[in-house]
Ligand binder design. Structure first.
Ligand SMILES: [Zn+2]
Length: 368
């Protein structure tokens, strides 16, 4: 197991690429979610969530095993907080029975049940993140992770669409057209809840270095850009201004509005520092993206090697990572984050091949 000092040193790689310094090696992070965390630690999700210390230990063990440079809790996996926020919403509104825990996977609520009616939205209570589980356990886990692996750098809100989808379900898409004011009311409440989470986080862990938001509305196959901005973007922009924090955006949809979203965020005065996602898969898009936005960290987006991890060989995985380093490594703005969430059944040899490729080709000065 890496020592705290070693974690601080590898964690610095990510800080370096965000602020524009050249690290010793391209930073690497394998996003282990609940499934892989359970597989590697040997604990069920229920066991992990019995204490912050247990969750922190399972997370560090998992990230260490996978060779990640940073530690992120395996539950909620990476920065995908919405399922846990939905649990807190369910509990705060007397609907805890809607939560379905799984031994080796992300717990989920029944989509669209918490805010099934207009009245549900009107009366929706905001969970107190200092008191309503799973947040107190989570906040304790963050503290332990920081104690054992150095200062935590990211705060992950879930503004707003990931929450909208869980609370309101597919009815939200009808609301966009037929009842936008009602949907805005729900977004307001989600915002308020995220701010409560942020304040509880700062009290427990300290001020983060960056906001890492799972931002799913900005996909062409889902919403128009105007609606994505109306129901998600404007809330993210407001959150960034209120907290005075830079923004990194995660969006693993198939047709993201990357350029338009970045331009609009900047226009609104948001300090956006990076993007993380899976599409487009065409590396040349990202080469052009880097030319257009040389200050932005590209984390994972272009180096999505999910297909190779799921159905390729270790050689395929290594080649895809290498290809990314060849095309984008020289920018000092690349972080290898090979998959949005590594699944329970992923081939361990393939997962390890991504790390091996970074070790082989990722040190500066680059040899490829
Ligand atoms: Zn994702």
């Amino acid at each position: 197991m890496k020592t705290k000092e070693e974690w601080i040193r590898t964690n610095q790689r990510m800080v370096d690429v965000v602020v524009g310094n050249q690290p010793d090696r391209i930073p690497y992070y394998m996003n282990a979610t609940e499934a892989l965390g359970a597989r590697i630690s040997g604990l069920t999700i229920g066991e992990m969530l019995t204490s912050g210390k247990k969750l922190a230990k399972a997370s560090i063990e998992t990230c260490d095993f996978l060779g990640s440079d940073i530690v992120v809790p395996v539950a909620p996996g990476g920065g995908y907080m919405a399922p846990f926020e939905a649990i807190a919403f369910a509990k705060a509104n007397g609907k805890g029975h809607l939560v379905e825990y799984k031994d080796y996977d992300t717990p989920f609520i029944h989509e669209g049940k918490i805010c099934e009616t207009e009245e549900d939205i009107e009366k929706l209570e905001i969970p107190d993140h200092r008191k309503v589980e799973p947040w107190p356990t989570l906040l304790e886990a963050y503290k332990y992770i920081e104690e054992m692996s150095g200062p935590r750098t990211m705060f992950s809100p879930s503004l707003t669409w990931s929450n909208v989808q869980l609370l309101r379900g597919s009815r939200a898409y009808i609301d966009v057209v037929k009842n936008p004011d009602l949907l805005l009311k729900l977004c307001d409440k989600i915002y308020e809840s995220q701010m409560d989470f942020y304040k509880a986080f700062v009290d427990a862990v300290g001020k983060p270095f960056v906001l890492f938001n799972c931002q799913y509305a900005f996909n062409k196959h889902m919403l128009s850009f105007e609606d994505a901005w109306k129901f998600e973007g404007q809330y993210v922009a407001r959150f960034c201004k209120e907290t005075q924090l830079p923004l990194m955006v995660h969006n693993c949809g198939f047709e993201p509005y990357w350029d338009e979203m970045v331009d609009k965020m900047r226009e609104e005065g948001v300090f956006i520092v990076g993007v993380n996602g899976s599409h487009p898969l065409d590396l040349d898009y990202w080469v052009e993206f880097n030319k257009k936005y040389p200050d932005l960290l590209i984390a994972g987006a272009s180096v999505y090697v999910n297909n190779e991890i799921v159905s390729g060989t270790p050689e395929d995985v290594k080649n895809r990572v290498k290809e990314n380093i060849v095309k984008l490594g020289h920018t000092n703005k690349l972080m290898i984050l090979p998959t949005c969430s590594a699944m329970w059944g992923s081939s361990m040899i393939n997962l390890m091949a991504a790390k091996e490729a970074v070790e082989e080709y990722g040190y500066y000065p680059l040899k490829v």
